[in-house]
Write a protein that binds this ligand. Structure first.
Ligand code: UD1
Length: 345
């Protein structure tokens, strides 16, 4: 039995990770500041875990929380795309300075095993290939193209339509938002730390996580929670673009299971996609939720958000081969259940 510190353990994903670790017979401590961006009011700490209510940037508090700990599962972060430049100091402070303080304190305490919650947003756009030019990396989409309803990225050389494929962990990083940039920085800091301290870091690049306890619709919510909140309010889910953009919706129970097995990852830094392996379109996901909820059918609005990427769909092969992780919840099943569970906040 080992003792694991979960940062952000009172949050949506962190509380599921804490429960999964306890169920796997680990001792668990939780460090969580109850950040107002993630919680309305003061969140309850998960039962069965030793609670530490403190900010990750408080080195003394982190030192205390690390006492007797063998490994850290680092979930604490400000999430969402970041609304704009005003968000920079908070995102960088919580996500990157917080991670830096944690890594320094872990080195000091001799804790050399970390599972880091990363994100598919580090990739920017997914993987694309042009029939003539092979694998290509399209630039961010132009406003004029989006406004004209041309949502698919084109080949940067010949402008031809592209085939969208599975993104692997070796794809170059290309963050397109403040949040994404802080996740890339977390990974880089953790990779350097792993080398310097001869430590093990598994960076789990979560795809679109959903499930029980997901926070209600906020400016920072993922699309599944936004659609779910619309249905609850008697409104149709509003699907942007043409609804054919693809994502991989992965159930939070699977994400928690991935964190548990990632504690056994090999030394050094290694990134893993954490995905269901069964991608769907955003329009298709909205239709499943609306049908299961018994609410109005989705409306495809043609609206777009600058900074949104078109398709991000992962290969789950590395996590399967190296960690033995495969998602157990089919999106079709999990999303139908999600349509009917209460949201948080
Ligand atoms: C999301 C998260 C990101 C996280 C990543 C992986 C947000 C805002 N984004 O990225 O932080 O790291 O998953 O877990 O939390 N859409 C609609 N209608 C809406 C809102 C969105 O159709 O009302 C569409 C968007 O245009 C986009 C897709 O749904 O095409 C997904 O949007 P969203 O969940 O916000 O962002 P991701 O880029 O998938």
């Amino acid at each position: 039995m080992t003792h694991i510190l979960v940062t952000g353990g009172a949050g949506f994903i962190g509380s599921h990770v804490t429960a999964a670790l306890l169920a796997a017979n680990h001792d668990v401590s939780v460090l969580d500041c109850g950040h107002p961006a993630a919680h309305t009011g003061i969140p309850e700490m998960p039962a069965g875990a030793v609670p530490h209510r403190a900010d990750l940037r408080d080195r003394d508090a982190v030192r205390t929380a690390l006492r007797g700990v063998d490994a850290v599962v680092h979930q604490a972060a400000l999430v969402g795309l970041g609304a704009g430049p005003d968000d920079l100091p908070d995102y960088v402070g919580c996500n990157d300075l917080g991670t830096a303080v944690l890594l320094a304190a872990m080195a000091e305490a001799g804790v050399r095993r970390l599972v880091l919650a990363s994100s598919m947003v580090v990739y920017g756009e997914g993987a694309y290939a042009c029939e003539r030019h092979g694998p290509v990396r399209p630039a961010p989409r132009e406003v004029a193209d989006l406004a004209a309803g041309q949502f698919e990225p084109a080949c940067p050389t010949c402008g031809a339509p592209l085939d969208a494929g599975l993104v692997t962990e070796d794809a170059p990083v290309d963050p397109r938002s403040v949040y994404a940039a802080t996740k890339v920085a977390q990974e880089h800091l953790a990779a350097v730390w792993a080398r310097e301290c001869d430590a093990a870091v598994a960076a789990l690049r979560y795809h679109n996580v959903y499930g029980p306890g997901m926070p209600r619709d906020t400016p920072y919510s993922g699309v599944a929670a936004i659609f779910r909140s619309s249905l609850e309010n008697g409104q149709a889910p509003r699907v942007f673009e043409d609804g054919a953009q693809r994502r991989d919706f992965v159930h939070v129970a699977d994400v928690a299971a991935a964190n548990v097995v990632a504690l056994g990852a090999r030394p050094g830094f290694r990134a893993y996609n954490v995905a269901s392996g069964r991608p769907t379109t955003v329009g298709g996901m909205a239709a499943v939720l609306a049908d299961a909820f018994g609410g109005p059918s989705p409306v495809v609005t043609g609206q777009f958000r600058l900074g949104d990427v078109r398709h991000v769909v992962a290969s789950p092969a590395r996590a399967a081969a190296e960690l033995g992780f495969e998602a157990a919840v089919l999106p079709e099943t999990g999303l139908r259940e999600f349509a009917c569970v209460p949201l948080r906040g």
